[in-house]
Write a protein that binds this ligand. Structure first.
Ligand SMILES: Nc1ncnc2c1ncn2[C@@H]1O[C@H](COP(=O)(O)OP(=O)(O)OP(=O)(O)O)[C@@H](O)[C@H]1O
Length: 316
């Protein structure tokens, strides 16, 4: 196994070959932090889903081909440090009213606990949908799995280097689509010859008109850019691919092709994570869903049962 550890400058992979699940479990820090009240969890409790913490939830449901673990997330905590900015609150009663009276030049920091003690194991062939309301921690969880943000506590173990495909994934906006296909392919570890041999397939998959390939990417619409990024990333088989909302921006036809490609990636023994607010996309592509709320795992199970519980609790 490979342990993903991170620094501000990127991820570092450490070889953990030969370790089994139990050994990894012993590395984990002990108890979870006490959490603030969780509205969604309360609603879920009413529906009999399992109210708080991980005790009553299903964390391992046999819904896919479960032979080989590809990603183990072990009591993961991710915290952002946020520096408050804005106008200085003034007035004698500013503090009493809950306003911060700031000293000019002094920036106050507070912590956002974006992921709070999430644990699960992904297996080869799993396509895992991540659902949850805005700000629940889905993207942060993906970024931590990809090694793009550091864990405050806990760990992520991965069979291979996970590839993150997000709408914001960085290609060079001033370069043409053509150059970006080459750049993106090289960044994914292809040789120049491999990129050249796959070039036409990538362009065809993206469905972009040929003339656009000569234009700088900054002239593309958000949807066009996302299509090209997805096409580049999906042109190679990934053992672990994380897709954050990238499927929601293309048109319907491209959406269908993307969903088909995700199924192919799953079949080639990869593990795919899909973050999407579009529940039909999750239903069509995934075999398993994690419901995240306020940085915690509320439910982990088959698509139908989790989506049903989530939509009932959230009224989504
Ligand atoms: N770079 C950052 N710096 C500070 N706080 C952040 C940062 N990114 C996310 N957060 C905070 O972390 C929490 C989780 O955010 P995250 O983007 O992971 O949620 P999400 O479920 O993906 O949301 P959405 O569905 O809206 O994309 C939120 O409270 C958010 O404000």
């Amino acid at each position: 196994m490979t342990e993903q550890t991170s620094s501000q400058n990127g991820s570092v992979a450490t070889d953990r070959s030969g370790e089994d699940l139990e050994t990894i479990g012993q590395d984990a820090p002990p108890a979870e932090e006490k959490a603030a009240p969780k509205p969604a969890a309360k609603k879920a409790a009413k529906k009999g889903v399992g109210p708080t913490g991980l005790k009553k939830i299903k964390t391992r449901v046999p819904v896919g081909p479960r032979e080989r673990p590809t990603v183990i997330v072990d009591n993961l905590h991710v915290t952002y440090k946020v520096y408050a900015t804005g106008k200085r609150a003034t007035g004698r009663n500013a503090e009493k009213k809950g306003l911060l009276a700031r000293t000019p030049g002094v920036r106050r920091a507070h912590e956002v606990q974006a992921v709070r003690g999430i644990s699960f194991t992904a297996y080869e062939g799993d396509a895992i949908g991540l659902v949850g309301t805005n700000g629940s921690g889905k993207s942060t969880l993906c970024q931590a799995i990809a090694g793009l943000v550091p864990a405050k506590r806990g760990a992520v173990y991965s069979e291979a280097n996970p590839t993150m495909l997000g709408v914001g994934a960085a290609l060079m906006n001033d370069l043409s689509g053509e150059r970006n296909v080459i750049l993106g392919g090289l960044a994914l570890g292809m040789s120049l010859d491999e990129v050249k041999s796959k070039y036409q397939d990538i362009v065809d998959f993206s469905g972009l008109k040929p003339e656009f390939l000569d234009y700088p990417m900054r002239t593309y619409s958000q949807g066009m850019g996302a299509r090209l990024r997805f096409s580049i990333a999906a042109s190679v088989s990934h053992q672990v691919l994380l897709i954050d909302e990238a499927l929601s921006v293309g048109d319907r036809l491209f959406g269908q092709r993307s969903e088909e490609r995700i199924r192919e990636l799953r079949e080639s023994a990869g593990t795919v994570f899909v973050v999407s607010h579009a529940l039909p996309t999750i239903t069509k592509t995934c075999n398993r869903v994690l419901w995240i709320d306020q940085g915690k795992l509320i439910m982990d199970g088959g698509v139908d049962e989790v989506i049903e519980a989530y939509t009932e609790a959230e009224g989504a």
